[in-house]
Design a protein around this ligand. Sequence first.
Ligand code: GTP
Ligand code: SPV
Ligand code: MN
Length: 602
Amino acid sequence: MTIPFPLQLSQNEALFDWVAGKVALCRPDNVHWCDGSDEEYQFLAQKLVESGTLAPLNSELRPNSFLARSDPRDVARVEDRTFICSKRPVDAGPTNNWRQPKAMKAQLLALFDGCMQGRTMYVIPFCLGPLDSRIARIGVEITDSAYVALSMRLTTRCGDAVLRPLGESDGFVRCVHSLGMPLGEGAEDVPWPCNPENRYIAHFPDSRQIWSFGSGYGGNALLAKKCFALRVASVMARDEGWMAEHMLILGLTNPQGEKKYIAAAFPSACGKTNLAMMTPSLPGWKVECVGDDIAWLRVKADGRMYAVNPEFGFFGVAPGTSYATNPNAMDTLKRDVLFTNVAQTPDGDVWWEGMTREKPPHLTDWRGEEWTPESETPAAHPNARFTARASQCPSIDPAYDDPRGVPISAILFGGRRPGTVPLVFEARDWAHGTFIGSTIASETTAAASGQVGQIRRDPMAMLPFCGYHMGDYLAHWLDIPSSTTPDKLPKIFAVNWFRKGEDGKFLWPGFGDNARVLKWIFERCDGQHAGRETPIGTVPAHGELDLSGLNLSDGALETLMEVDSEAWRIEATSIREHYVLFGEHLPFELRDELEELEKRLA
Ligand code: GTP
Ligand code: SPV
Ligand code: MN
């Protein structure tokens, strides 16, 4: 077979050798070298329609958009099948699954042997971060999934444009993906090929390789996203002195036209996309979106921390998205969208729980079954997603593709906490903020397979995404101030939109009203508001939070702001237990912070 190397664009022998090696291993019927063009997008979509993976949506209601229904066994990230294959187990640390690299590679080579027979191999060069930015990194994914190729086209800068900055360098991250379902002679394909019995999402941080087998869904298969931009990039960032974080980036402008950028780390399905695209309920305030999931951060020569979004598109949670909660997302989704596992309306459009007040009387659910409001299962899978280019978002920030990045004034940590954690509080300084980030806990969500609603500690929302020892990662956070002065560092805050009242309902309206909290944060960064000191940090003093036009009972407000010492003593005990996990890798500064907290609570 001839491999269609783009010889007129590149003489990169390392790249061509690597691809040739993978062709020999996987033995696809064809190789398609992705150029990233619009024609290619149409070609891939058409092919997926023919194979039954995609259904075209009604082109009058949702132009150039498609719906995929996955295999019901392949609907989310699989954390128990995700491995960090560092030389020593201690380098993966207590929060990752470790596999010995040689043994894992041997197992993978056996699985990948002939795994693409009867299929096409797509070769996708991609760039994370603006093409000419210093922080940008290049990867190449090979995959036998046209769905993955199409998704990568929507969410990364990819194709021919990447070959110039790559040049003849062999410093690209090697990403190898297969659905794990070769088609022998005369074998029938299925709409969503996968191999749930043999799933491996394996990372080799030392050789900067990612090998993924058996899943076609999201973070398991779009290797540029969690596998590279977080797990492998976090290792690069540690080695090179920057940070790869599970954070949104937004620009916040006040009525006077002053703008600050904010980054925020919340665990999966805990509100990043919604905050990044928010329409503020406060008149005169504006939020613009730089990124909704991942931030790469670096302290530059002026001493300030700058952020870029390594991605170029969104892979966002569909359920809960509506014109009431997130109009910018809804407008992003008007055309050119790939939906996965949402429900379909009789007129060929999409629907998901929360999209409209009234449930439609009749739908086809995400499994392809008849659905009515009386059905006992949801119409859309709780982890149903939309995939769309960032440029389609009406509130996209003018600097979202700026190679210089944007200067960050504040970092927020958050999660789903039905109790204990107030709406917002501010850390004293960077070390205290790192302590708070390291203790973040949240209810688990449908973004990963497993139980939903279990509270677990998720330091910096990076528990599933840190490519090395979590204790060393926390030490890396504590090293950041050494490259600048304290006044230039972002201020650190914790937020919780998810506190519940005794009736089990959320006390805070959330979404656009989160702007009220952002306003207080913005103004704290400018030295306004005295705040109220509590043992855990500074909360807004009475009257500091702008609640104009909001119908919130005094009781609800009081609970939202409450710092209950008894509940926090229990929390501190639980943090102490959580810290045991890191053993000698727990930075002493964090143990000191915990002891200080315990003293303040005593
Ligand atoms: P990942 O893409 O998995 O990393 O998720 P994310 O952090 O971007 O979460 P997203 O913004 O997609 O929100 C997930 C779910 O939480 C959706 O169903 C939202 O409707 C809901 N949600 C987001 N923000 C809020 C909020 O302020 N209040 C409430 N009650 N729900 C929210
Ligand atoms: C997450 O789970 O945090 C996501 C979705 O953003 S996935 O890309 O599947 O990881
Ligand atoms: Mn995410």
